[in-house]
Design a protein around this ligand. Structure first.
Ligand code: FEO
Length: 169
């Protein structure tokens, strides 16, 4: 049976993953509407992955005798100034998620909940990958600067991009 405090924290993590999924879905829609087909394909996939991260938590909480709860959150922003702003916000958001995961891992150790601690290691690794990817894409955008041809190629490359090591489903 899962500790009540850990259950609450895991439900908070569900909220964050759901928020990520909705946020990236909104960005995907903005990108699609503005002609960035590759960016939108990438973000629609990313939104699905975040939903996968959320569902993993649902099953874990319920399997341990807790109750996974559907979160209520506000609507994500609809408009973005450009592709650079989108990836800047993704990196900022992922850094927040990493920090929350680290707090959660810490709470598990304090509560001597080693099962949840073990379960969360997947998220710890995933966050390293997510931050690395967002940073890499931002670095590329910095190199491209105002070059429209470069942005065209960036968008085209993202269309067929397959993220490394995402085993969530
Ligand atoms: Fe599931 Fe991007 O954190």
């Amino acid at each position: 049976m899962i500790d009540g405090k850990i259950e609450k924290l895991l439900n908070h993590q569900i909220e964050l993953e759901f928020e990520s999924s909705q946020y990236y879905l909104s960005m995907a829609s903005w990108a699609e509407k503005n002609g960035y087909n590759g960016v939108s394909t990438f973000l629609y996939k990313h939104s699905e992955e975040e939903r996968g991260h959320m569902l993993k938590l649902f099953h874990y909480i319920n399997d341990r005798g807790g109750h996974a709860l559907v979160p209520t959150i506000g609507a994500p922003p609809k408009e973005y100034k450009g592709v650079k702003e989108v990836f800047t916000k993704i990196l900022q958001h992922e850094r927040i998620v990493t920090s929350e995961i680290n707090d959660l891992v810490d709470a598990c150790l304090k509560a001597k909940d080693y099962s949840t601690h073990n379960f969360l290691q997947w998220y710890v690794s995933e966050q390293i990958e997510e931050e690395r990817l967002a940073q890499t894409l931002l670095d590329k955008l910095d190199l491209i600067g105002d070059d429209k041809g470069g942005l065209y190629l960036f968008d085209r490359d993202l269309e067929s991009f397959i993220p490394a090591g995402d085993g969530a489903a």
